[in-house]
Design a protein around this ligand. Structure first.
Ligand SMILES: C[S@@+](CC[C@H](N)C(=O)[O-])C[C@H]1O[C@@H](n2cnc3c(N)ncnc32)[C@H](O)[C@@H]1O
Length: 292
């Protein structure tokens, strides 16, 4: 067994050897605790028949743990300065491929089709760069990748929003966007002390498991997301007020919106934050013929 990359001493040695300085703008907070890393990977339930996709391998701390458990790891890293570091730290593993580039620009579907098709399942596992957590998650979901799920670390406040249930403060359009595709749960919270440098915010790891089919069947997904987003524009306002402002010609069509709300048993004076995904689905389908 190789020495872990992610001990504080080894991380310091690697950073010194390469004269590496952290770029805050790239969300570079590296993990330096082998137990946390093993724990994150255990939530992904990998076997040698699984492949893992990692976003932002840094100096390879999580990558190494993934390489030990999965059949193959493909990791996307934006910072060119880390490429020689990764070539060095991950040299004991022949099942890792590093792709240099921005995950937001990457054709992940092509990578899955061309390089990972032989694996039974694929998991995305990452300690995400916090400045782009939401765009990364939404991109991966909208790409409709045939993955089993994701185990991803992020700012705790974002993890709470993603996993939130209706009628809670954290519930909003992000909760709906993610929970439409995946079952979402907090796997663990993570203290600041296991990072170098320490971030200013608390962190949590969430586990997302892709649904075979969404929890609600809708006529048009884009319209469903438009209605749910539009219902949260001003959280303190009622759903009728928010929909009047967010739907095209909503002000003039107030009576029609009220009728649609009543038809699906949603009181127009409820707030968006009280509606479940199923209720948003029924409402979107009712509004669709009049507003799409
Ligand atoms: C929070 S660090 C995690 C590093 C390592 N996985 C660990 O856990 O120690 C985030 C990593 O993502 C990289 N990164 C930032 N933005 C990225 C992007 N748009 N695409 C790919 N990698 C990115 C950073 O350079 C950094 O290596």
């Amino acid at each position: 067994m190789q020495k872990d990359i992610a001990t504080p001493i080894r991380t310091q040695e690697i950073l010194k050897k390469y004269g590496f300085s952290f770029k805050k703008s790239l969300g570079q907070n590296f993990l330096i605790d082998p137990n946390i890393l093993r724990n994150i990977v255990s939530h992904a339930d990998l076997t040698k028949n699984s492949a893992a996709i990692e976003i932002g391998p840094g100096i390879g701390a999580l990558t190494e743990n993934l390489a030990r458990e999965a059949g193959k790891v493909v990791a996307f890293e934006i910072d060119q300065r880390l490429l020689p570091v990764l070539a060095d730290t991950l040299s004991p593993y022949d099942n890792v491929e590093i792709i240099h580039g921005d995950i937001l620009e990457a054709d992940v579907k092509k990578v899955l089709e061309e390089q990972l098709a032989d694996y039974e399942d694929v998991m995305v596992v990452a300690n995400l760069p916090y400045y782009v957590t939401t765009p990364i998650l939404l991109k991966l979901l909208m790409d409709r990748l045939p993955i089993r799920g994701m185990v991803v670390m992020m700012q705790k406040e974002v993890a709470d929003r993603i996993t939130a249930k209706p009628s809670t403060k954290a519930y909003g359009s992000l909760s709906i966007a993610i929970q439409y595709y995946m079952k979402a749960e907090v796997a663990m919270t993570v203290p600041k002390t296991v990072f170098m440098p320490q971030p200013n915010v608390d962190s949590a790891v969430i586990k997302l498991t892709r649904y075979e089919k969404p929890p609600v069947n809708v006529i048009d997904e884009d319209f469903f997301f438009k209605v749910s987003r539009g219902s949260f524009v001003q959280r303190r306002k009622t759903i009728i007020n928010n929909l009047q402002s967010s739907l095209p010609n909503g002000k003039e069509k107030k009576d029609l919106i009220v009728q649609c709300l009543e038809k699906v048993n949603v009181d127009p004076i409820r707030r968006g934050e009280t509606l479940s995904i199923e209720e948003f689905g029924r409402l979107a389908d009712e509004l669709y013929p009049h507003f799409h």
